[in-house]
Design a protein around this ligand. Structure first.
Ligand SMILES: Cc1cc2nc3c(=O)[nH]c(=O)nc-3n(C[C@H](O)[C@H](O)[C@H](O)COP(=O)(O)OP(=O)(O)OC[C@H]3O[C@@H](n4cnc5c(N)ncnc54)[C@H](O)[C@@H]3O)c2cc1C
Length: 407
């Protein structure tokens, strides 16, 4: 840790920080930490940095995270902006409720609600991180770490045999985090009982697709459609309750016929997008209960490594972005990294646990199994949408109005 005197009498402490994982969480953390003056190196087990060909919803809280990282404009330039968030009945296409976003979100939350291609976001974060001085080491899997007496700090072992030294280690290494296992022991994630299918189709497949993030609800399954890449492409996610297939990884190819059969008879936008998709992939969905502690000494966790959640609230990456901004704020200008990491986790635990609970309960809401339960759930929602639209809109305020730069 170097202590540098500054003319303005503030003391700036530059730490050596290693971030494990170059996903959205790790790259955001590296960028935020480098921007607050630290020397940051990212280690990534893969040989390339990239995301799968799929979309991502960036809610206003996520956009405020990107604004704090200085990349909101770059993200907006390659995004699509929906006019609304909608819940519809999958088979009939009938609307249950609509929450206006577009200008309404900008006004209400001070940031837009956008849709982006994951690869575009990762590219923006990586470029900005490297410009801020972050070094990225590929084909480098973190395998071990241990605390050595100061001033040496943390000794980090890679599977290449290389050793790195750091003042702080951030485990942003995803759902099956090695850093988490080394800190707290092995413990398996919980299978949600659902598998996500993803596909992308050109907008020509369904030019009438509502310019909205639409959840199409049905018995034991739901689909999500929205536009990406300035409206040129349609992103499709289909979530199906299934118990006998539990493989993770976006690169597992799925059988398009199987996907089409699962959504046969659904509203035209859903079937048209599946029909026009060149290929599809599937991924079993897991989550974990909230962790009691995220940090130990000078090691902490971030993103899916500490709070993996099912995608039913579209908030996993948003939470990682928020974590990154709050972590960098806590570690800025301190000579007590252990205390800073405890402050970081105490700011983040309650909110991420609440979002996890909300995401879990959405699966039940989207998958009502028969006409009676659908009527009992969606009937009152429809009425509320007509009679109390302001109430329906305000239900997302606790998520979208949050600004990690001001917490
Ligand atoms: C179907 C679906 C739809 C979703 N939609 C949305 C959405 O619309 N909006 C939203 O906000 N979120 C969404 N999410 C959630 C979001 O994708 C994740 O929460 C987010 O990508 C997690 O990022 P991360 O960086 O924490 O983890 P990851 O993306 O898993 O990155 C971890 C990285 O660490 C690397 N790694 C692992 N182990 C090691 C090691 N030992 N050493 C070095 N590197 C290592 C991995 O290779 C990887 O690059 C969705 C998720 C799914 C499944």
């Amino acid at each position: 840790m170097q202590v540098t005197s500054q003319a303005d009498r503030s003391i700036r402490l530059r730490m050596r920080i290693v971030v494990a994982g170059a996903g959205i969480g790790g790259l955001s953390a590296a960028l935020a930490l480098a921007r607050s003056g630290h020397e940051v190196e990212v280690v990534e087990r893969s040989g390339v940095i990239g995301e799968v060909g799929a979309g991502l919803q960036l809610s206003p809280n996520a956009m405020k995270g990107l604004a704090a990282l200085g990349v909101a404009e770059a993200a907006e330039a390659v995004s699509s902006e929906p006019e609304a968030l909608e819940l519809r009945i999958g088979k009939s296409g009938g609307k249950v409720f609509t929450i206006p976003v577009g200008q309404a979100a900008r006004k209400r939350y001070g940031a837009p609600y956008l849709h982006i291609h994951r690869a575009d976001l990762v590219d923006i974060l990586k470029t900005a991180a490297e410009r801020a001085g972050v070094k990225i080491r590929l084909d480098a899997r973190l395998a071990a770490f241990r605390r050595e007496p100061d001033p040496a700090g943390l000794r980090i072992g890679l599977d290449t045999g290389d050793i790195m030294w750091a003042d702080v280690l951030v485990g942003a290494d995803g759902m099956r985090s090695t850093v988490r296992r080394l800190m707290f022991g092995a413990e398996h994630p919980r299978f949600t009982g659902a598998v996500a299918w993803r596909a992308i189709a050109p907008i020509e497949a369904c030019p009438d697709l509502p310019n909205a993030a639409v959840v199409w609800a049905g018995a034991g399954k739901h689909a999500v459609t929205y536009r990406i890449r300035g409206g040129a492409l349609i992103n499709f996610v289909g979530v199906i309750e299934e118990s006998d297939w539990q493989e993770e990884g976006w690169d597992k190819a799925g059988d398009k016929k199987e996907l089409a059969a699962a959504f046969a008879g659904w509203a035209a936008p859903v079937t048209a997008v599946i029909g026009a998709a060149r290929s599809c992939h599937r991924w079993a969905l897991f989550d974990r209960d909230p962790l009691a502690r995220w940090s130990e000494g000078r090691v902490t966790l971030l993103g899916d490594a500490c709070h993996p959640m099912p995608p039913f609230q579209a908030q996993g990456a948003a939470m990682a972005l928020e974590d990154a901004v709050v972590l960098a704020r806590c570690l800025g200008g301190t000579d007590k990294p252990e205390a800073a990491l405890l402050a970081y986790e105490s700011k983040r635990k309650k909110r991420t646990a609440k979002v996890l609970t909300s995401a879990r309960s959405n699966m039940g809401v989207f998958h009502r199994s028969n006409f009676a339960t659908q009527a009992a759930t969606y009937g009152p929602m429809r009425v509320a949408n007509t009679v109390l639209p302001a109430f329906v809109r305000s239900r997302q305020d606790w998520i979208y109005s949050y600004d990690p730069a001001n917490d």
